[in-house]
Design a protein around this ligand. Structure first.
Ligand SMILES: [Zn+2]
Length: 342
C-alpha cells in the first residue's frame, strides 16, 4: 500500500480572526500527533490578500493548467517540464494559496498521468477521459471560487447557486483541546464559502489602510490595518486628537471666564443706567469686540499648537482690565450727563 493521501484541514477562529490550516494524511492514526510545522495560521487579512494576489495572477495558472491537460498523454519530457513550473510557483511564493494550489494541482496531474500510464497507455481513451475529466473538474472548481464575485459579499445580488461537495469534520480532542476541523475539498470551495460567510457574519468589510495602503477586513469605515507600525501611528494620532480636544477645552476656559466676567459687570451699575438702551447697546457692542479679540488670540495659539501659558493668562488679565476701564468710564460719563436726574 502506498502513502496515505494528503488532505487539508481548516478551522476558522473568528475570535482570533485567523484560519488554522493543517496539511496531514488521510489517516486517523496521525491526527492526534500532528507536528507543529504541519500547521499554518493565516490571519483573515492575509487570507484576503493572498486570495486577491492569487486571483490577480490566475490567468497564468489557467494557462499552465491548459498546457498540462494538453500534455497529459504526450511526451514525458514536456509533461515534466510543465510540472516543474508548478514547483517554481510554489517554491517562489509566500502566498499560502499559490503554494497550496501549485502543490495540489501538481499532485492531481501526476496522479492522473500515473493512472493513464498504468491503464496501458496512451491509446486507452477511456482511462484518459476519466483522468482528464477529474483534473478538469478540480480546476473548474478553483476557477469558480476565484471568479466568484459573491465571495466576501453576501449582499450582492448574484444568481442563486447550489453546490454538492463531500467533506467531513475531524475532531481532535484531549489534553485541554477540542478542535473541530473541516476537511477541505481539493479546490477549497468549501473553505472559501465558510470563510466568506464568517466575514459576513462578523460584519467585516474590505477596507483600505490609510497608512500603508493595504486592504484589510475591518469593521465598517475602519481606517487602520492590524500592522504594528500602522497601529502605532494610528494610536498616536488618536492620542493627539484627544489632546487637541482637551486643549480646546483649556482654551474654552478663557472664553467662559471672559463672558462670565462681562456678564457680572452690568448689575454693578445703578438700575437707571441699566435701563438706558443706548448704554446697553454700547455694552453689547463692546462685549462682542472683546470676545472677538480673545477668540483671535486663542486661534493664534491653536495654530501654533501652543498650550495656554503665562503669556495667555497675562493677555486675558489685561483684556479684562481694559473692559473694566471701558465700563467704569461709561458709567462715569453717564452719571455726568444725567447729573441731577438721579
Ligand atoms: Zn496598514
Amino acid at each position: 500500500m502506498g502513502k496515505d493521501k494528503k488532505i487539508l484541514l481548516y478551522r476558522i477562529d473568528e475570535q482570533a480572526k485567523s484560519v488554522i490550516f493543517v496539511v496531514t494524511e488521510d489517516n486517523e492514526s496521525v491526527w492526534g500527533k500532528i507536528s507543529e510545522d504541519a500547521y499554518s495560521i493565516v490571519s483573515f487579512d492575509d487570507v484576503f490578500r493572498d486570495i486577491t494576489e492569487f486571483r490577480n495572477n490566475f490567468l497564468d495558472y489557467e494557462q499552465l493548467t491548459d498546457e498540462l491537460i494538453g500534455a497529459i498523454n504526450g511526451r514525458g519530457a514536456v509533461f515534466r517540464e510543465i510540472l516543474e513550473r508548478f514547483d517554481d510557483n510554489s517554491l517562489n511564493s509566500f502566498n499560502f494559496f499559490t503554494r497550496y494550489y501549485s502543490d495540489t494541482l501538481r499532485d492531481v496531474f501526476t496522479e492522473a498521468r500515473a493512472d493513464i500510464d498504468k491503464a496501458g497507455a496512451f491509446f486507452n481513451t477511456r482511462a484518459l477521459k476519466k483522468s482528464t475529466e477529474y483534473v478538469n473538474e478540480v480546476f473548474n472548481h478553483i476557477r469558480e471560487v476565484m471568479r466568484d464575485d459573491w465571495n466576501f459579499d453576501f449582499n450582492s445580488e448574484s444568481d442563486m447557486k447550489a453546490f454538492r461537495l463531500s467533506f467531513d469534520k475531524i475532531i481532535i480532542r484531549g489534553n485541554d483541546r477540542n478542535d473541530i476541523y473541516t476537511v477541505a475539498d481539493i479546490a477549497l470551495v468549501n473553505f472559501f464559502y465558510d470563510f466568506s460567510f464568517a466575514i459576513h457574519k462578523m460584519k467585516l468589510y474590505v477596507c483600505s489602510c490609510k497608512y500603508c495602503g493595504k486592504v484589510f477586513l475591518g469593521k465598517k469605515n475602519a481606517v487602520c490595518c492590524d500592522g504594528e507600525k500602522c497601529q502605532d501611528t494610528y494610536q498616536n494620532e488618536l492620542k493627539n486628537a484627544k489632546r487637541r480636544e482637551r486643549d480646546n477645552g483649556t482654551y474654552q476656559k478663557y472664553n467662559t471666564r471672559l463672558s462670565n466676567y462681562i456678564g457680572q459687570q452690568k448689575p454693578k451699575l445703578s438700575a437707571k443706567v441699566n435701563d438706558d438702551s443706548a448704554v446697553l447697546d454700547r455694552f453689547d457692542k463692546e462685549r462682542k469686540i472683546y470676545t472677538q479679540i480673545l477668540k483671535d488670540k486663542i486661534e493664534e495659539y491653536q495654530a501654533e499648537n501652543r498650550l495656554p501659558d503665562d503669556e495667555m493668562e497675562e493677555f486675558y488679565t489685561q483684556l479684562r482690565k481694559k473692559f473694566a476701564r471701558f465700563w467704569n468710564g461709561l458709567a462715569v460719563e453717564w452719571e455726568k450727563e444725567h447729573k441731577g436726574e438721579l
